[in-house]
Design a protein around this ligand. Sequence first.
Ligand code: NAI
Ligand code: 15L
Length: 266
Amino acid sequence: PKLGRLLLTGAAGGLGRVLRERLAPFANVIRLSDIADIAPATGAHEEIVPCDLSDKAAVDALVAGCDAIAHFGGVSVERPFEEVLEANIKGVFNLYEAARRHGVKRVVFASSNHVIGFYKQSEHIDAHAARRPDGYYGLSKSFGEDMAQFYFDRWGVETVSIRIGSSFPEPLNRRMMSTWLSYRDLTALIEKSLFTPGVKHTVVYGMSANRDIWWDNAAAAHLGFVPQDSSEVFRDKVEAQPPVAPTDPNAIYQGGGFTAQGPFGD
Ligand code: NAI
Ligand code: 15L
């Protein structure tokens, strides 16, 4: 299957720059959007539409004419609430409201492990575990998942919320040996998320086939996502790093150091 026009928000970001190339085969046209500068279009299959996600009218115009949305834009780390509010909370409302108005049927939402970051690394959870956000950023992703559920229940807009672990070229530390998601597996998961029929609102953990995992994807089995990569090939390199103290949040919590951010501004 192939979409007519796919909107990618966050196109100037770390993942956006990767997905710009990798999602291109899934649509005739990929509309690339960000508040930051985006490299110029490389051909007729790309459209560049700058947009601030907190600007409702601009997001409405951005979404018009799109068949599906891969929502990767917004604040991607822990920040003061007021920043998270604009980009992620108002932003996700503006996006879903535009999706409803323009009849967009499918959203892939870049949620995060920080929705459940206060679980211990010794705990194993599935998508139905009560959320335990580890900061304002995690709270905004939790809100985004609720927004997705509401827009499905009320308006039939379907979403796959991918609780991405750590998607980088390689795992950067011991915690990421468990949370790592390769770009290849991320791309495959987005493909499943865009094209699997009847997903309603599905929550899936975005992780590769790592050795020591904390998350159970049984509730998302209908996606048929089977990761191909594993952090294991980087083990020697990661374990050459200095050890992490057992009292360090990076060794205790699934959300690692995000659990120990803030307070901001006092
Ligand atoms: P990033 O920070 O590199 O990219 C996010 C992009 O969103 C940036 O280019 C930024 O300019 C844009 N943005 C920020 N505020 C905006 C606004 N008000 N309007 C429009 N655009 C705005 O982050 P990255 O790593 O590429 O992550 C992409 C998405 O995936 C984010 O939503 C992040 O929360 C999520 N994610 C990423 C993970 C990872 O391991 N890379 C892990 C979990 C979630
Ligand atoms: C995230 O949600 C962030 O966007 C990313 O930069 C990483 O910090 C990742 O989580 C992680 O937990 O490793």
